[in-house]
Design a protein around this ligand. Structure first.
Ligand SMILES: NC(=O)c1ccc[n+]([C@@H]2O[C@H](COP(=O)([O-])OP(=O)(O)OC[C@H]3O[C@@H](n4cnc5c(N)ncnc54)[C@H](O)[C@@H]3O)[C@@H](O)[C@H]2O)c1
Length: 231
């Protein structure tokens, strides 16, 4: 299953499915119909069926989906059965907002180390997370076996930091800076740009009055996706 290529659009919807299944499970529900699932996650049922079919999953006609089985399945697929520690590079305005949030709704991802240059931050603990001197970053990443990082430093040093992250063995970077950093092909970068997101939202409300939220366009035929995602 790990070898199977899942379309990116499908991969992006998995956390959505997983979150709702967990919610159902915690509420004591044993099964869910595809119609109900579709309504809750706002994805049309044909798309859900197609998404699930990539996993050989798992519904029965007239029964729907077994909540626990599906939840466990997605949990494994999303690596939720192990804790992922994430490093935060740059503990400024945005970095501190992310630290305060620290993915609380998710038990299996957490920022476990912050890095900055500011003396008044280094050696302190924010929301239970130690902030280290940036000069210790490569060593700490290796020692703590962190392979995902969030980049929230000033744009001028984004590339330099990305190079150091690669040196420290990081394999995934969530990049909030406006710079498109260059990394070796085995390292994955996701760029997050709130301005683009907002502009796209405004574009949609202006030009797609009847836009049906349930019918999410496939990424390949939607030129706007170039604005959202980097591969
Ligand atoms: N993508 C988005 O939607 C979005 C939104 C807001 C900000 N940003 C970007 O995020 C980045 C951070 O923005 P901010 O408002 O938090 O800035 P900020 O100035 O408040 O924070 C930057 C932090 O990086 C630290 N820093 C500076 N040089 C460093 C170095 N060499 N090593 C380690 N840390 C260093 C600073 O001490 C500071 O704490 C900027 O690149 C900004 O453009 C992106």
């Amino acid at each position: 299953m790990a070898d199977k290529k899942i379309p990116k659009a499908t991969a992006r919807r998995l956390p959505l499915y997983y979150r709702y299944l967990r919610f159902l499970h915690e509420a004591g529900k044993e099964r869910v119909s595809s119609a109900k699932l579709s309504e809750a996650v706002k994805v049309d049922s044909a798309t859900i069926r197609r998404d699930f079919s990539y996993f050989g999953a798992l519904g029965k006609r007239g029964y729907g989906y077994d909540v626990e089985a599906l939840m466990n399945f997605f949990s494994k697929t999303l690596n939720q059965d192990r804790l992922t520690n994430v490093a935060l590079i740059g503990v400024g305005n945005l970095g501190q907002a992310l630290l305060n949030y620290n993915f609380r709704r998710n038990n299996n991802i957490r920022i476990s180390a912050g890095f900055d240059v500011k003396d008044d931050l280094i050696g302190t603990i924010h929301q239970g997370v130690p902030i280290y001197d940036i000069n210790e970053m490569v060593d700490q990443l290796e020692m703590q076996q962190i392979d995902v990082a969030i980049l929230t430093v000033p744009s001028e040093i984004a590339q330099e930091m990305a190079d150091k992250l690669v040196k420290g063995g990081v394999r995934g970077i969530m990049n909030f800076t406006p710079i498109r950093v260059t990394v070796p092909k085995e390292v994955r970068v996701h760029n997050v740009d709130l301005t683009n997101e907002l502009q796209t939202l405004i574009y949609f409300i202006n030009y797609y009055q009847d836009f049906d939220q349930n019918a999410e366009p496939e990424e390949d035929d939607n030129p706007l996706n170039d604005l959202f995602y980097n591969d």
